[in-house]
Design a protein around this ligand. Structure first.
Ligand SMILES: *Cc1c(COP(=O)(O)O)cnc(C)c1O
Length: 371
């Protein structure tokens, strides 16, 4: 079976740099808060175009830490999308706030801005838009809305490190931007990891303290915190991977365009292709198609040795734990539910071999023409 994601070819290309970086850490022995942590943070801040980057233990902590630092909690509402990985909503409940889920725009699968405007109430403290599948929503407009209303904007950029909107990078919008370095994300480490981006130096200091058990200095804790640090070893691996990342973004773009070209005539067969807005550049965290006969197409593709995955088969408000705690009407997210029924993703990564991609394209064409 063709793997959905194969990280071995990337390791082969970067082996020398990665092993050299790991060896350096093993020799200096500063496994927590070592020099690679600050080196990576400086490089990430420069890449994204913000004053401060803070690495942390996961993309989930990257969302939890700013919510804690901004004092969001019980009685506060946080607006977010109904169609994302569960972590986006999980953190809202973890700080005791109430999520307000909005429906999506089926062109991009990102949250619908009209719905966001309608969902704002006097209790709204923050909006967490997700840059799903590698493309940002209209964060410029969201920035304006948030500024006008005095609401915090926290971009969940777990899938969009390196993406841009009108030449501005994902992570540089609003109050705070985040990302994840989970291995399968566009820029991944060899375990769990994440980062937070901001231009607000005061907020940065508070978030850094929260990452370190709320300590201002050693054994002196002025706020409630967590152990949210990223290991020096993971930072070292990311430093090696970051060097090649611009090239990998190019490669991902080429593979995505090849899919787009290979499938353009299948739109007449009811296949919906991913749509990147002209002002956006996607990093193609997922290459996600949609069709009403999704389940049949997937089973036919499996017979042809083509793996697919579903991002995501169930909207967050329909997850059992969340469903039983909803404050909104069950009917609020028809488009997100439609997406959950119809989407499926194909393998897309920088080192996806050409002949494998050709086989995937041929197979999808065959299946769709035989529907
Ligand atoms: C992966 C992901 C997260 C969580 O990141 P982890 O590093 O796995 O904690 C959050 N939001 C979205 C949209 C994600 O895809």
């Amino acid at each position: 079976m063709i793997p959905f994601l194969d990280l071995k070819p990337q390791y082969q290309v970067l082996q020398q740099e990665i092993l050299h970086r790991i060896k350096t850490v093993l020799e200096h022995g500063r496994f927590i808060n070592g020099p690679e942590v600050t080196e990576l943070e400086e490089k990430l801040a420069q890449f994204v175009g913000v004053k401060h980057a803070l690495t942390c233990a996961s993309g989930t902590d990257a969302l939890l830490i700013p919510l804690m630092a901004l004092g969001i909690g019980p009685g506060d509402e946080v607006i977010t999308t109904s169609f994302s990985f569960v972590a986006t909503a999980e953190v809202i409940y973890l700080v005791g706030a109430t999520p307000v889920f909005v429906d999506i725009d089926l062109e991009t699968y990102n949250l619908d801005l009209n719905q966001v405007t309608q969902a704002i109430s006097p209790r709204t403290k923050a909006i967490i838009p997700v840059s799903l599948f590698g493309q940002t929503p209209d964060l410029e407009t969201l920035e304006k809305i948030c500024h006008q209303k005095g609401i915090f904007l926290i971009e969940d950029g777990a899938q969009s490190f390196g993406a841009s909107l009108n030449q501005r990078y994902s992570g540089s919008f609003g109050t705070v931007g985040t990302t994840s370095f989970y291995p399968a994300k566009p820029l991944g480490c060899y375990g769990d990891g994440g980062a937070i981006f901001t231009n607000d130096s005061d907020l940065f200091t508070r978030m850094k303290q929260i990452r370190e058990h709320g300590s201002e200095k050693r054994y002196y804790h002025t706020r409630l915190g967590i152990n949210g640090r990223l290991d020096t070893l993971q930072c070292a691996i990311l430093l090696a991977k970051l060097e090649r990342y611009p090239k990998e973004m190019e490669l991902r773009q080429l593979k995505a365009l090849k899919y787009q070209k290979g499938f353009s005539d299948l739109q007449s067969r009811g296949l919906r292709l991913p749509n990147v807005l002209p002002q956006c550049r996607s990093v193609w965290a997922q290459y996600t198609l949609a069709h009403p006969k999704r389940d049949f197409i997937r089973s036919e593709l499996e017979k042809l040795n083509v793996p697919t995955d579903i991002h995501y088969p169930r909207i967050i408000p329909d997850q059992p734990w969340y469903q039983s705690r909803l404050t909104q009407s069950h009917q609020s997210w028809p488009k997100a539910r439609q997406a959950a029924q119809e989407v499926f993703s194909l393998p897309l990564y920088a080192d996806l071999p050409d002949q494998v991609q050709d086989h995937i394209i041929d197979s999808v064409r065959k299946v769709c023409f035989n529907l």
